[in-house]
Design a protein around this ligand. Structure first.
Ligand SMILES: Nc1nc2c(ncn2[C@@H]2O[C@H](COP(=O)(O)O[C@H]3[C@@H](O)[C@H](n4cnc5c(=O)[nH]c(N)nc54)O[C@@H]3COP(=O)(O)O)[C@@H](O)[C@H]2O)c(=O)[nH]1
Length: 516
């Protein structure tokens, strides 16, 4: 039988997979969006930081040319003496990055720390960026080395200094190898990269580009990241994070899948069913020795919303464990009351309606009120209510149970020991609980006709009940032979499939009519 208590939270495997997939996609999607923003921010911050640092270093180097103006400026325009040339050479020797420095007049060098340069023409000021700086490649002394010329002129007179670009090239190289970033030093439309090559073309394409402009020199530092797809950038930066996110999302989704495959809390399921009135009473007829209907046992069934009927073995233990058995039993009483009220004209006199109760019903006097409420429509014992307590679950004798049983007795409620023979009820116990009926468990009835010890126990139980003044009900009578044996041994009442099977209330009515 399909056990509703074991049904998963989401029973349909495709639904479960779909929910898990949605969750996984949401987790991955949100994590990647976050990583994407993080990547953009950190890349921009990185390129901006690096560009700023490079600019400071670049300007530091290029500013060395300034020293020539400060120390040599006074000699500008004066005839080029040996002393001035020596002074110029000293300035170049002291200036870390300076290669040479020269005075020029009307575009021609007339004095220089490199005397071989005297007489050379220098390019016009408009060829210099901001009339200040020119980036070009050395074609004579150190072929291929980038050189930076800075000039300062006034009224046709000026100083031009050459800075060796290898220092700047090194700086770019060190930076590029350390940071995975690409950086370029740009002067006007010319630029150099870490290889030292100077170019006059457009800069290579980069992602996350930051361009910073020199404050003291007309230079630009451009820093960026090699162009890649979004995914490649993300993987290059966060491969560990991505792997962890995917793994964690997979584990979490698998956990949710398993959680959805787990049964809901038993108490919640039972409570839900209770609220929907799904616990319904069925009745199994009990007959006297003539086979006439003289009572019925209420047997609870769970009629699920899909119409399935669930047997009590499946849910009663969980109901007892969760404590819900008490309201579940109570929930059947109004329907039973209505039913027996409708049938009252057909009910045989002295008809005993047995209701299974358990230990939990003995925690307060609520049971007395419920029985009183039930019986109030059946005056003068037109219907006798009997509470069956299983022998396997002995109830402790306390002042409360004494009071409860006393009050039940006062309103005419009978007590039966159910499943007798399977537990440990003593004579004292049965006396103190004023037991009216003993219901011999069907395990013993089954042995009738066999030569086992259990078979002779049936006789002992019958004798004992007679001595204690209790009526015996034989449970689980399945054959005519068992019935004959029990009747021959003065068993007053018989219950079992041989006579009646448990049926819903609507079908039970036919039994009343049958015995009319
Ligand atoms: N606390 C409560 N317990 C309840 C309630 N309703 C039922 N139960 C207990 O659940 C157990 C199983 O009950 P059920 O499946 O209804 O089985 C009953 C009968 O159908 C079955 N029976 C009766 N005659 C025969 C028979 O000839 N052969 C055969 N194989 N089975 C038969 O016995 C069960 C009745 O047993 P008992 O109560 O001991 O008289 C069962 O333990 C119920 O007590 C409830 O509302 N509350």
């Amino acid at each position: 039988m399909n056990n509703p208590l074991l049904r998963p939270i989401i029973g349909n495997i495709y639904k479960r997979l779909f929910i898990t997939f949605l969750l996984f996609t949401a987790l991955i999607g949100s994590s990647f969006t976050l990583l994407h923003h993080q990547l953009r921010q950190s890349m921009r911050e990185n390129t901006a930081d690096v560009a700023q640092q490079l600019l400071i270093k670049t300007e530091n180097i290029l500013n060395h040319s300034e020293s020539t103006y400060l120390t040599m400026g006074d000699f500008l325009g004066k005839p080029c003496s040996k002393q001035i040339i020596e002074n110029m050479q000293n300035v170049v020797a002291e200036g870390l990055y300076l290669r040479n420095t020269s005075f020029f007049q009307h575009g021609k060098i007339y004095c220089s720390s490199a005397p071989e340069a005297i007489g050379l023409e220098i390019r016009s000021a408009d060829k210099f960026t901001a009339q200040r700086m020119l980036l070009f490649t050395d074609r004579f002394v150190t072929k291929g080395v980038p050189l930076f010329a800075t000039r300062l002129d006034k009224n046709g007179l000026g100083i031009v200094s050459i800075i060796d670009g290898r220092y700047l090239q090194n700086m770019l190289e060190i930076n590029n190898s350390n940071t995975k970033l690409f950086s370029y030093l740009k002067v006007g439309s010319s630029w150099i990269e870490n290889s030292g090559e100077s170019h006059n073309t457009a800069l290579p394409e980069l992602d996350f580009v930051t361009t910073v402009h020199g404050r003291t020199m007309p230079v630009e530092i451009v820093v960026g990241v090699k162009p890649m797809t979004w995914w490649q950038h993300l993987w290059a930066e966060y491969w560990l994070g991505i792997s962890s996110v995917v793994l964690a999302s997979l584990i979490f989704s698998a956990f949710i899948y398993l959680l959805l495959a787990r049964p809901r809390s038993v108490k919640k399921v039972l409570n839900h069913a209770l609220k929907r009135g799904e616990f319904v009473p069925w009745l199994q007829g009990i007959v006297d020795k003539h086979g006439n209907l003289c009572g019925a046992e209420v047997l609870m069934r769970w009629q699920t919303s899909s119409g399935e009927i669930i047997n009590p073995d499946i849910f009663i233990p969980a109901a007892e464990k969760s404590g819900l058995i008490v309201p579940m039993t109570t929930s059947m009483l109004p329907e039973l009351q209505r039913y027996f009220l409708q049938q009252r004209a057909l009910i045989p006199s002295g008809f005993v309606l047995s209701l299974n109760i358990c230990k939990l019903h003995f925690q307060n006097l609520g049971l007395v009120d419920e029985c009183r409420e039930f019986l109030k429509v059946f005056p003068e014992q037109s219907l006798v209510l009997c509470l069956e307590i299983t022998e396997r679950e002995l109830i402790e004798q306390t002042s409360l149970t004494d009071l409860l049983l006393k009050q039940l007795d006062e309103i005419g409620v009978k007590i039966a020991i159910d499943d007798f023979g399977t537990g440990h009820a003593s004579f004292n116990y049965m006396r103190s609980f004023k037991v009216d009926f003993i219901k011999i468990d069907r395990a013993f009835i089954n042995t009738i006709g066999s030569a086992s010890i259990s078979a002779s126990l049936v006789d002992i139980i019958i004798d004992m009940a007679a001595k204690l003044g209790m009526e015996v009900v034989a449970e689980g009578v399945e054959s005519g032979a068992q019935a004959e044996y029990l009747i021959a041994h003065n068993v007053a009442k018989l219950q079992g499939f041989y006579y009646h099977k448990p049926v819903p209330l609507a079908l039970f009515s036919a039994k009343f009519k049958h015995y009319q």
